[in-house]
Every structure is written in C-alpha cells, then in structure tokens.
Write a protein of this length. Sequence first.
Lengths: 160, 343
Amino acid sequence: MFVAFFESVKYVGHLIPIAFLRVFLGYYYLDLAMTKFRGPFLVQPRFAGEIAEILPTLQAPIWYKNAIETFLIPHWQTIAFLLVGLQFAIAFSYLLGYVVRPMALIAAFLALNQLALTAAGTEELPRMLLAIHLTLAWVGAGRCLGLDYYFFKRRRGLWW
Amino acid sequence: MRHVIGFLAIVFAGLIGAQFLKNSRDTSRDARPVVRVFGPSSFVSQWGPGPWLKTQFEKTCDCRVEFVDGADSTILFQRVKSEARSGTDVVVGIDQYDLETASSSFEWRDLSKTGFVFDPAVQNALGHSKFIPYDWAPLAFMLRRSDHPQLPTKLDDLLAPTWAGQISMEDPRTSSPGLQFLLWLIHVKGEEPAFEYLKKFNKNVKSYAASWSMAYGLFTKRQVKAAFSYVTSPIFHVVEEKDTDVVAVEFQEGHFVQYEYVGVPTQCRQCELAEKFVALLLSPEGQKIVMEKNYMFPVIQGVKEGTPFVNVPPLRTVEPVNLPSLADRERILKKWSALRRME
C-alpha cells in the first residue's frame, strides 16, 4: 500500500498540486465536522432556526423553499446528523484519497445547497467550493497520493 | 459502488459510536438523578433564569438539572417528542396558544396551585389543571422617543411610507410573539382585512426573524426603528443600558397578552423532583429571577414591588374569548406563508 501510494506519483505526478488541494480541503472539512460534533450542533436546533430566519428572504425556487420548510426544519436533528456524517466522510475521503470522485460529487451537492441557503452577498465561498469539488470529481483526485490508486491502479472507471 | 457504500457505512457507524460514547460519558460521570428541563433559549441559556434556578435547586435536591434547549415553542415540542426515550421531567415556555398542541401531543400531570398567591392580573390564565403560568406580559411595538416626536397611536399608523424597512418582526411560524401579532391583527380587524393590512405592512418590515431574540437584536443594534416585543422590554434598556429612550407604544386597539406556562408530562422519570422544580419556579425567589432575567412580569403577587416593573404603564389589554383551534392556526399560518411567498 505504501509503495502504491508513492508509485502513483510516477504515473499521475501531474496531479500532485491537485492532491495538495484535496488534502487541504480534507482538513478544512475535518475541522468543520469536528467543530459541529464537539459543539451543540447535533443537539440544539439553532441550524433549523437560522434557516427558518433566512428562508423568506432567499431567492431560491418555491419548490425548494417548500421542501426546506416541510422537511428540513421539522426533521432538523436527522438532517444535522446526516450533514455532520457527510462532512466527516468528505474529510476522510479527501485526506486518504479514497473514493474521491463520488465523495466530491456529494460535497458539490452540499455546496450547492449551501449556496441556495446563503444570504445575498455571502455566496462566494459556497460557489468557490462547488467549483473545486466538481474539479476534484472530474480529475479523480484520489489517483495521486491516495488510496484510489492502491485499489484501482491505473484503471479508470466511473467511480474513481 | 461497493467501496463507496462500505466507506459511508463505516463513517456513519463511527459517528454513531462516537456520539453514543460522548452521551454515556456525560451521564456516567454523575450518579445523581437527573431532572431534564425542556425550555426555550430565553429560559435555558446563560442569560436566562435557567442557570440560577439550576444552582438553587441542585443545592437541596441531591440531583442534577439538565436543560434541553428547544429554541422556540414550535421546536420545543419536536425536541420533547424526539427525546422521549431519554425522559422529560419539566417543560417550560409553553404559551397559551401552545396549550392545545401540548395537551393533544402529550399527557400531563395535574399541578397543584395551592400555596401560591397569584397576581389578580393573571386570573384569566389559571383555568388549567395541568399547566401553571410562571410569567406574563402584554405585547406592543417598541420605539425610541428620540426617533419619533409623534408616536403612532394605532396599527394603521405603521403603514406610512416613513416606516419602510424600519420594523423588525418575528416569524409567526416559529415564534410566539410573531403568532401573537398575527392573531392580534385578525382579532382587531377580521381575517380578510388583516391580510390586506399585512400586504401593505410587510413593505415596512425589514425581516421576519425566527425568534424574538433575533428580531429584537435588530432593534437594540439600531438597524430598525421599531420591533414587536413585550411591554416590559424598555426595563431591559433602563437596567442594562441606563437608556430611558425606549418606550412601548400604546395602541387604541388594545394589546394581546402572552402567558408562559410550565407543565410536567406523565412520561416524567423524576416526577417528584419535577414538581419541586415547578415550586421553586413559582416561589418568590424564583419569580424574582424570572422577572429580572427574562424581563417579564411575575405571576405571584408582591414580587414586583420595589422594582422598576411597578413603573411600567398599564396598557389596555384585549384577550380573545376563544383561542383559535390548532387547525385554524395552521390554516392562518399557511395563508401567511403564501402571502410572504408572493412578495
């Protein structure tokens, strides 16, 4: 595994800068998920409160606002758990370079929702994250310095 | 695909395990019985009366008080339902409009009112055997005298274009004062004229915040010139900021009153301790702290004597003969949401 980890540089060395970006984002998501896990995010409904507050002012389509109102806010605890779980999954995936392509697509989906739920004037970060996740998914960023290379070597497929 | 599912399963299993471990560590540190009190943020947070009551209660009960933050009343009941397995001993912060929801969603123990001398102002709120009010206050618009040489005297005065984007309101779907405003409007004007009024009034509203604290925060930060709040709110400014400029404006239409109740569900695990906690909440000391921390009137007679609360000018209050049913409220809130979406 160790050999394969570095062997990847020989074949996909041009992806090293992308691998660094991937690891940096992995750390960013790990920090995000840990802060939520240690704090009251999973047990206090502030997240639902904040969304309920901002919802009437959002420019999102009506069907999306309805879905948020009827599903997300009443089931805030399940959603909060899923969100933290997915953030941990993205973090480990990016740090280890494992199943990066599907995880990057999930991360892009989360960023898209974040973009839709962000107040006007503060949408730069989710927009940037969306672009980066899509890029990581496109190139299959786990192939360089990651476990995706160990499992799948140089075979290209839909999932890696 | 196998890799992806397996990976996600491991991460979520790890998260469930870590959460379980975190919860069991928190509870195993102390073997004393735990009284779980569910309440809104205004009650359980550091600046609310909850922490003081907890300290006082734990001095004598040989137990531990654990607060569960329910943000606002709507979310409060969801939390009581979702955490039923862990036990719910006391629920505070139920207003008169939530009583029907509370009664239909859970079973409650009878609470004795003997031994408490209630203020005559809350006599109308004492008709429930399972819930006891612990604070109250009429609701009104707060303004700064210096901003408005001519104070508004009726609801229609707030439709003037000079108020555009200058009023901070609470969302009636998530906040009790927001619901009170909507029902007050309907009570005063009738349903259709009330919604016609709202179409014009909403142009002057900066935002409908999810909770009272968020809405009132805009007013205290001077981002708006008026906020819908409790008539006792100006005392906060006098006590905390030595600012006497804030006033609760009296309207010709009269004002709705909010009562906050406490109840003990039959699913309680520490039922006796729960009733003792309620007794502490209604004791003169408990009432004084609720009054000072939540800036609401106490329900027990004599508690507010010698405090700035005596100086709050009495407003003419109106109380609906019949509270709207749950179905009626849902219908009205749907109509309100539809109106907001059309803007």
